[in-house]
Design a protein around this ligand. Sequence first.
Ligand code: FEO
Ligand code: CA
Ligand code: CA
Length: 651
Amino acid sequence: MTDRHYRMPVTINNEDDSHPSNPSAGPVMTDLIAQRMSRRTALKGLLASAAIGAIGVGSGLAARPAKAAASLSFSEIPHGYDENLHIPAGYTANPILRWGDPIVAGAPDFDPAKQDAAAQAQQFGYNNDFVHFAPLPEGSDASDHGLLIVNHEYTDAHLIFPGFADGKAALAATTAEMAAYEQAAHGLSVVEIKREASGWAVVKDSKFNRRITLATEMELVGPAAGHDRLKTSADASGTKVFGTLNNCAGGWTPWGTILSAEENTHQYFGGDPAGTPEAANAKRIGIKGEPSYAWGKFEDRFDISKEPNEPNRFGWIVEVDPYDPATKPVKHTALGRFKHEAATTVINGDGRLVVYTGDDERFEYVYKFVSNGTYDAAKGRANSALLDDGTLYVAKFDADGNVTWMPLVHGQGELTEANGFHGQADVLIEARRAGDLLGATKMDRPEDIEASDKTGKVYVVLTKNDKRKAEQVDAANARADNKWGHIVEMVPPTAGGKADHAATAFTWSAFIQAGNPGDAAQGAAYGGAVTDAGWFANPDNVAFDAAGRLWIATDGFPDHGVHDGLWVTETEGEGRAITRHFLGCPRGAELCGPAFTPDGKTLFVSIQHPGDEDGSNFAAPTTRWPDFKDGVPPRPAVVAITKDDGGEIGA
Ligand code: FEO
Ligand code: CA
Ligand code: CA
């Protein structure tokens, strides 16, 4: 979610300064430039940072090297900002799942004038974020039949309920019925879809169709499960929790399940954490008695003064089996607790499982988990145990171009009894504080992290950090007041001819410094000249297509006057880091997803929070996308995009 879309009066979650910024003295700018210059000589192909001088920009914005377009033949759309969704000529966009659409058998139709929690629990939830296409039958590479798994990150009360001027008014007036509705609109949806001659359609009443909400029972597993700090008055076992919160992006596993990332979970907990045993922990994660939801008024578990451990049961990576609606989702504590954006799984060359995940807040960290055991396809779902036994690492990006992965293991380094870590459970519950003590690199809001299966390189997407001061600039976060965001490329070493994602030493370099290359003050840098429409800001979620091209979704570009949307680039060759504009969102929306079918011929995107702008509300929204009917507010929706000639998207 973009930070201005938090409900008011919010402690703006991603703008949260509840923890101290880096207390260590940062190197001064001139030192950093010198360091980067030497790195530039050392690392071939390194993109210069802004302070050195952007490569390839300023040489005529309208010109694009011919080679950049070699594998991308669509006509770029222009920057814009209006009520509609925009895609290139020759493509069709079909909203296939809208907030309120009936999902499970017997679900009532959407009625925006009469929101009802029981109905919503059977309908497609609000603010769709992560999207994954899982083929049917399972194990096939079908691209015309499958399951869509979708996260529902949060709710915008003033766009859901009639009669509220803004989020602040809605929060003050929240009733128990509204709170129940909001809880039913959170979680995930699993929906069977089929591609017919007329396009993609939902399979109504499918046995796979399922809603997961705050009422869904889940299991806590891994090293922290059952720990005293996960026990509540409702759960003496510390292993049973109802629901999942603020499911942002995610990932999928080789054994057919998906991983859903709990992000801004702090905003649901009211009450004063001061005086509870979890006060310091609550502060570090951003809980400070100013919730964005009123749930604590109606349910003790959302009041930290009454149930201080309940927040410790959220902020994890949640595994969901879309193929078996009877299964309980599982929260894997070995992957740490923080504001997870995504969870990207790679089977390493040696068979171990590696999961990349970032903590999306200003000055937070990049993590990876490496399993002890190795993946065995014959074991199917039992491979899930790999996620419970392994090592969580946090990243340090050095000015010399090295990345050091530091283990978050109790008893090692600073993670000791003396520092208040009594065991591995404490390290995982307070992963942020563990990262602080190890001196991890404070990044400009780590959103998605994805690994290319073509090159083995790993892309870390940093959306922005307008609180970074000049004295806090470091090599990997090279711009003060970074309003535009950037993408860092990590390169694992090779072992046996394959990228060794489990290694503790990688190298890194800058891939793109987002922003307008026509404004030198922004310090934007691409791989070459981009068109007027090709530059972007605030990268968030990314996906690779079958050809290995990187598709970049944005969240926050409206702050720079342009719709959020989708840009695409090659990662190698002459088109490397030269982005082209493919899709523009309706106003107020950010773009989430994106996800491709295995054949690359359908692209699914999430249009999240359309019409969420200042002054926009249920009665007078700034867009009524996608229905455009009087009385119907804008509806977050998943859109299927296909090429009219039946070809691959983008090609
Ligand atoms: Fe939910 Fe970091 O976006
Ligand atoms: Ca976002
Ligand atoms: Ca996101």
